[in-house]
Design a protein around this ligand. Structure first.
Ligand code: CA
Length: 217
């Protein structure tokens, strides 16, 4: 009797297993033609700053809160961002790293964002710029992997290319007791899991971004 009901169960699951297998095969045989055009946009983050192995700047633009950028050079990020088309940004924030509550010194206290004419415009020639700041109380309230309070941007123009430099919590507030930057000192590295840029002016769905450019309306 037992064997019989087991047989029944197996036989009733068999068509389901076959169906699932078939569904996995179908997309290969019939590739879906309706690829989202927005996904084809080229949007990248690059940096000349040195980083810990496996934690380069692309990790701050991959949409994952579990991957982080850990810059080691001079406590700045020197990150060049290509947002794919000319966009007027209105908000900026960072998403904290997974252990920022333990190592506050690596958080971003000041960020300067510059609008640049081209991908290779020297940073000194990206003249439209703004610095936003987070105070110690604000940063101390950000939990691991959570987003900092957003800051409003008032850049004059729209740009495809942006350049962001940062000053760390350790540098600004002279916190050197909780270093997690072996051999470099507490003020000499910066960590965040995502750079979050937002534009509230662009209609929903007109663009999406692997860079975390988000549209709110
Ligand atoms: Ca990430």
């Amino acid at each position: 009797m037992k064997r019989c009901s087991l047989k029944k169960i197996v036989s009733s699951f068999l068509p389901l297993v076959l169906l699932v297998t078939l569904m996995q095969v179908i997309p290969v045989v019939f590739p879906q033609p309706n690829l989202n055009k927005a996904e084809a946009l080229t949007q990248t983050c690059t940096s000349t700053a040195s980083s810990k192995s496996g934690q380069d700047i692309t990790k701050a633009c991959d949409g994952s809160s579990s991957t982080v950028y850990l810059g080691l050079a001079t406590g700045t990020s020197d990150v060049r961002i290509d947002v794919g088309s000319s966009i007027k940004l209105t908000l900026i924030a960072f998403r904290a790293g997974g252990d920022d509550q333990t190592y506050r010194n690596r958080m971003v206290a000041d960020a300067t964002i510059r609008g640049c004419a081209a991908a290779d415009t020297p940073v000194g020639e990206c003249t439209d710029s703004q610095t936003v700041s987070w105070n110690q109380t604000q940063l101390d309230s950000v939990n691991n992997s959570k987003v900092y309070p957003s800051k409003v941007l008032n850049l004059a123009g729209s740009y495809r290319y942006y350049y962001i430099t940062t000053i760390t919590y350790g540098e600004k507030f002279q916190v050197a007791t909780d270093t997690a930057c072996t051999g470099l000192g507490a003020t000499k590295c910066v960590q965040y899991s995502e750079i979050i840029l937002e534009d509230t002016d662009i209609p929903t769905g007109s663009l999406t971004s692997s860079l975390r450019v988000q549209f709110k309306d």
